[in-house]
Structure formats: C-alpha cells, structure tokens
Write a protein that binds this ligand. Structure first.
Ligand SMILES: C[S@@+](CC[C@H](N)C(=O)[O-])C[C@H]1O[C@@H](n2cnc3c(N)ncnc32)[C@H](O)[C@@H]1O
Length: 450
C-alpha cells in the first residue's frame, strides 16, 4: 500500500524499463514536504517522489547500490541529495546560488539531536524579551539602529528588520559555540521567514512589493513566526536524523556546473553512479529569478554579500555573464532545436536568448558525461517552456544533444504538473503580475552516459 508520500517500490522481477513507464509520475496529492523536504520553500523544487522512485528502481535493477554516489548539477534546495541519503547514497551537488548550497547542506546532513535541542534552547533563551525590547525602543524612539548591511531601503518594516538582524547575530554566536552545521539549520529557518516579514508580495518570484497602502497594515510578529517555524523544522529534522545513516557524505560545490570538473572547487570525474537533476526552465531573468528570490534571505540569514547575490541570475544558465562563444552547430546536432530556432526567428522572437541558454545547458551535459561513470543513468527532469509564445521542446533537445555527446537514450517519462503554482513564463510584455503560458507538462529524460 502506498503511504501518503506515494512511494513506489519495485522488485527485481520488475525486470524492464516498462516498470518505470507504468508509474503515474504526476503523484497527484502526494505529500511533497515530508522529512527535511519540508524545511524551506525554495522555488521550482522537484517533487521528492521523482528521485525516490528512480532510486528505488535503479537499486532494484542492481544499477546502483548503497554506498554509491548521486550527483545533481542543479541542486536548488537539495531534493536529490536528501533522497540520496534516504537511499543510503553519498551525494554531490553544484549550485551557483549560495542560498541553494546552504539549503542543500541543511536538508541533507542529519544532526545530533541532543546537540540540536541544546542549541535551540540556547538560541531561544531570552530571545522573546530581547525582541520585545527592540520593538519597544523602536516605538519610543530610543532604538539604536544596527546597520543591516546591503538590504534595500523600504523592503522591510523597520522594527522587524532589526529583529531579524538580532536573531541573525544570535545565530552567529551559536555557530561559534556549536558548529557550522547546527548554525545552518537555524539560518535556513530564519531565511524561511524573511520573505514573510518583508513587503514582498506572496506568489511572485520576482521582487514586487505590497502596494503602499497595504504596507502599513503589515506588522508581523517576528518572534512568533520564528518560534513556530523553528518548532516545525526541529520536528522534521528529528524524524530525518533518526532515519538516515549519519556516516554518509554530502559535498556541495558552490560553483558553476558548466565547468564542474574544472573550477577551483571541482567535482571529480567518474565519481558518480547516477545523476538526477531538474535544470532551470530558462534563463533566470525571464523565468524563475532564483537570485532575486534569495537575495534578502541570504544576506540576512546567511553570510552572503549584495554583489554576490546580484550575480546569481547573471551566472545561471543563459545569463548575461557567460563568456562562452555561441555554438551555431547546436541547431544541426538537435533537429528539434533547429526547428525551434527557425520558428523563433520567424516570430522575431528571442532566438539569441534560446541559443545562449541551450549552449550553457549543453556544457553541463558534457560535464555530467565526465562525472558520471560510463553506462550509468542521468535523469533530466525538464519542463517544456514557451518563449515568445513558441513552445520549446526541451525534452527532445535534451535527448538529441545528449545523443550527440554519446549518451544513449533509455526512456522519456512524461508527467503533468498537478500544482499550478509554477512554472510560468513571464508574459513577453513583462508586466508586473501578469503571466504568459502555463507549462503544465514535464518530462523525465533518462540517458545512459557515454
Ligand atoms: C529548478 S532549480 C533546481 C531545484 C531542485 N531540484 C530542488 O528540488 O530544489 C535549478 C537550480 O539551478 C541553479 N543553477 C542555474 N544555473 C546554474 C549553473 N550554471 N550551475 C549551477 N547551478 C545553476 C539555480 O540556482 C537553481 O537553484
């Protein structure tokens, strides 16, 4: 009987890839926030049922076994790394967003629960009174403002920003007294409430503020929010830590996966036994702006600078900071991409943006081919987005470009996205709050590495 997480199991008699084709990948109404998956709402997360089912399948087939390594070049909040450990695997991951790296480490590495409880008690000890004092002295005009570095004026109610900053400083002290890992857990919790405290509008992945008249009514209680989030997160972390093997490793590389094996903080070649990843849908500027989304939480809760956070959306796939040359031949190597480019050009659409994005994506496919041991599976979970109202068949482009590199196609598994919160493309007019076409379908493209 599947539980509420809708776990799919296989036995070794399942025997063929058809067993994967028989799965209903929609996982409608499945719980996607179990264990540490529920610690943070990073945008465009992959549902954990995807890596869970794939890992179950490839384990039952003897393609991977416990003690092996799963790699994710686009880690985001670390869904693959968490599922990896739940399946007895080491995990390795890349992301260009420091908040994503923080979340991946927090969510996938279990904690010593005695230490966690003690650190939590120390953190909360006297905190409510201290925050109340901040608030009262703000109200009677005696507050000595701490300078909160590099947060834009006018994005937070003032006393609350000071309260968030006060918690951040307490967490810095916890880091000295306990460990990085314990502090990361609290930073993740603080980053989770930062958005709700700010004037940022809910349901938008870009930075749009509440209208001015609504800002005055926005008076969140920082201590209540933090305490309640902390209590939920401790419960999730407790269940996770009791379940998983503490001796496994998670290595997170805060680095560009287009150069994963070459940069300073390199991933070793031939080090992974399986890859499960969900690449961005398009460049961060016109699809999900991970950097903008993460900017304030990362500066307030983590230890990230403004310039560093401003760069995230420029370094992400297809971003303006790429120094790679265009590769015209991509259009020949993938006929689906060639046809797409033709239509985009006819529509006077964003052909160059598409070319830049796919060129960057292709670099990652090549790096993954080096990192993944020969013949092992790489699952690319991709959505077919639209650009200038032209549908981009990302699943075909992924398959054809991987084949050009020498991967073999194993199977493509379509799935519908039941929750329609994401992903949308911004309407071409780029009008605040309006959206373009919904991308309601994803495909899991599984390729065997060269
Ligand atoms: C769709 S999200 C991944 C979500 C993740 N599977 C999860 O469940 O949370 C894509 C991620 O790719 C990251 N990214 C974009 N370009 C990158 C690059 N060149 N190298 C590494 N990571 C990149 C983004 O910062 C973002 O976190």
């Amino acid at each position: 009987m599947p539980d509420k997480t809708h776990q799919v199991t296989f036995n070794s008699l399942s025997g063929s890839i058809e067993a994967l084709e028989d799965v209903d990948w929609t996982f409608k109404s499945a719980d996607t926030g179990y264990l540490t998956h529920g610690l943070h709402s990073y945008p465009a997360r992959m549902i954990p049922q995807i890596p869970d089912t794939l890992l179950n399948y490839y384990k039952s087939e003897g393609v991977i076994s416990e003690g092996d390594t799963v790699y994710d070049p686009f880690s985001g909040s670390g869904t693959t790394a968490v599922e990896g450990r739940l399946h007895g695997l080491h995990a390795e991951a890349n992301d260009v967003n420091p908040l994503a790296c923080l979340l991946t480490l927090t969510k996938s590495i279990p904690l010593d629960l005695v230490e966690l409880n003690s650190a939590r008690d120390d953190l909360l000890d006297g905190l409510a009174d201290e925050l109340r004092t901040v608030r009262h002295s703000y109200e009677d005009g005696t507050l000595e403002f701490d300078e909160v570095p590099e947060i834009r004026d006018g994005w937070f109610p003032e006393p609350q920003l000071q309260e968030l900053w006060h918690i951040r400083q307490r967490i810095d002290r916890i880091e000295t007294e306990y460990s990085d890992q314990i502090a990361r857990f609290f930073r993740t919790t603080l980053s989770g409430i930062t958005r709700r405290v700010s004037y940022q509008r809910n349901g938008e992945y870009k930075r749009y503020r509440l209208p001015e008249e609504k800002r005055e009514e926005h008076d969140p209680d920082v201590f209540d929010l933090f305490q309640s989030e902390l209590s939920d997160n401790v419960a999730l972390m407790r269940s996770y830590s009791e379940k998983v093997d503490h001796s496994l490793n998670t290595a997170v590389h805060y680095a560009d996966s287009r150069t994963a094996t070459e940069n300073e903080n390199a991933v070793e070649e031939e080090s992974a036994d399986i890859v499960i990843t969900s690449p961005p849908y398009g460049d961060h500027r016109t699809t999900v702006a991970y950097g903008q989304f993460s900017q304030d939480p990362a500066i307030i809760a983590g230890d990230c600078g403004y310039d560093e956070m401003k760069d995230v959306d420029k370094i992400g796939l297809g971003g303006s900071k790429s120094d790679l040359e265009p590769i015209e031949a991509l259009e020949d190597w993938s006929s689906a991409f060639g046809a797409t480019m033709e239509t985009l050009r006819e529509n006077d659409g964003r052909a160059e943006d598409a070319l830049n994005f796919v060129r960057d994506y292709f670099e990652v496919m090549k790096e993954v081919a080096k990192i993944l041991k020969s013949g092992q599976p790489a699952a690319w979970v991709v959505a077919n987005r639209t650009m200038s109202r032209v549908n981009i068949p990302t699943h075909l482009i992924t398959r054809e470009l991987c084949e050009h590199i020498g991967y073999e196609h194993e199977v493509t598994l379509p799935r519908e996205i039941p929750t329609k919160t994401l992903p949308w493309e911004n309407a071409p007019e780029n009008v605040e709050g309006t959206k373009g076409d919904l991308m309601a379908n994803e495909n899991i493209v599984i390729m065997r590495s060269p």
